[in-house]
Design a protein around this ligand. Structure first.
Ligand SMILES: CC(C)(COP(=O)(O)OP(=O)(O)OC[C@H]1O[C@@H](n2cnc3c(N)ncnc32)[C@H](O)[C@@H]1OP(=O)(O)O)[C@@H](O)C(=O)NCCC(=O)NCCS
Length: 387
């Protein structure tokens, strides 16, 4: 079946979380992603996450469907090869600190001379311009400066100190914006024949995700947290995290027809949180979830991430696939989550070994001979995984 991004070639210099997640989404939609790593391996191989067979579990999760090549970008012969690869590419993407690609001689100004149609996505913490531009960043940094860390803590209770968000949302959220912007730039290029540079900063995109808080402040002069402190919600509304026999459920109970159904079910004129708590205290989270969801309440069991791997609904939605890695063996991974009726995404390959496809790519794309590649390998300019 034809893939929606078939024939889109991406030269991927991304190294840790934010960048690799962006290119993985595009690879799962069928783009050909060639991941370039230094001979010593990208920092994304070392963390975050536990090491398994010498590589971070996060690396196994964020580099599906990619080919891996390993080259020393500071080597002049490699630079010549990169030039040729850029000429053959639609998109170049990197998430180094601003200035790093320029020092390597691979800034947008250089690459657009080599290929004027190139779409160059520079992913960073604070952006390519502005007073903080040169500062390094990880997810937690963008979460903090955009207001999310503060409100996560205050979401527990109003006096609670800020709390770091779980799940690296300061990487994954910006990655969605980056992938979406690359798609938009491809459309523009297809219509005009022109490439362009995309400057996608974690700070900007995380601020964009916090738009409801900033608009509320601008319009009514108080933040959602201040508003909650001054006008607390009714503690009896059927809302929030509720304990059950084996854990917790989450309920968002402000749905009129669900409340009417619950009244009928219990044969009472009024319902409140205490009534619900009493009814569910001896239920499992699945029993409570199904009872309340069948009554019409938006509701869910609160899972630890691994519990989602055996949820029957997610199984029915085809959300888990198994891939086989050359060294780590078989592992389960979420499938491309969005369903297309004509051109579905798919996961078809585990993360690459360091330099797994170096020779294959350089032969196929640049016509390099074994002798040339032997010489490059001998001087440490490229690395080929030997198995
Ligand atoms: C994450 C971050 C803080 C890491 O900082 P860092 O490890 O110092 O990495 P940098 O991006 O500054 O630079 C990478 C280095 O590896 C080198 N390098 C990378 N790939 C290479 C290759 N294939 N061959 C040779 N050298 C390579 C670069 O030249 C650079 O070295 P230099 O500083 O001597 O020029 C920084 O990259 C950053 O802020 N990125 C943007 C925000 C982001 O995406 N954060 C990660 C979210 S999890």
């Amino acid at each position: 079946m034809k893939k929606i991004l078939e024939n889109i070639k991406i030269l991927d210099f991304t190294h840790v979380w934010y960048g690799p997640y962006t290119t993985m989404m595009l690879a799962e939609l069928g783009a050909e992603v060639t991941k370039v790593e230094p001979p010593w391996g990208t920092i994304g191989r070392m963390g975050p996450g536990e090491l398994h067979h010498g590589t971070s579990t996060t690396f196994y999760a964020l580099n599906l469907n990619k080919k891996g090549i390993s080259m020393d970008l500071k080597n002049p012969e490699v630079k010549e090869m990169i030039k040729e690869l850029v000429k053959q590419s639609d998109v170049v993407i990197q998430n180094f600190a601003p200035g790093t690609m320029e020092r390597l001689g691979l800034g947008y100004d250089v690459l657009k001379e080599w290929n004027p149609k190139i779409i160059y996505a520079a992913l960073s913490g604070f952006g390519q311009t502005g007073p903080y531009s040169r500062y390094g960043s990880y997810a937690v940094i963008a979460e903090a400066i955009s207001g999310h860390t503060y409100s996560t803590g205050k979401g527990i209770n109003i006096d609670h100190p800020p709390v770091t968000m779980a799940g690296a949302m300061g990487d994954l959220g910006p990655a969605m914006y980056a992938a979406f912007s690359i798609m938009a730039a491809i459309r523009y290029r297809d219509q005009t024949g022109e490439g362009q540079m995309i400057d996608c900063a974690q700070i900007d995109t995380m601020v964009a995700f916090n738009c409801c808080a900033s608009v509320a402040y601008d319009l009514i002069g108080e933040s959602p947290i201040q508003r909650r402190a001054q006008r607390p919600r009714d503690p009896q509304r059927i809302w929030g995290v509720l304990p059950v026999k084996d854990g917790w459920i989450q309920i968002a109970g402000e749905r009129g027809k669900a409340i009417e159904n619950l009244k009928q079910e219990l044969g009472v004129d009024e319902v409140n949180k205490d009534l619900v708590l009493e009814k569910i205290k001896d239920m499992t989270k699945m029993e409570a979830f199904k009872w309340l969801a069948d009554l019409g309440f938006p509701c869910a069991p609160i899972y630890e991430a691994y519990e989602a791997m055996s949820d029957p609904h997610l199984e029915a939605r085809d959300m888990w696939v198994e891939v086989e890695h050359k060294v780590a063996g078989k592992y389960m991974i979420p499938n491309f989550p969005v369903k297309f009726s004509k051109s579905p995404g798919e996961v078809n390959r585990a993360a690459p070994m360091l330099g797994e496809h170096t020779r294959m790519v350089l032969k196929e794309k640049l016509g390099k001979t074994d002798e040339e590649l032997d010489a490059l390998e001998k001087q440490g300019a490229i690395v080929q995984w030997k198995g």
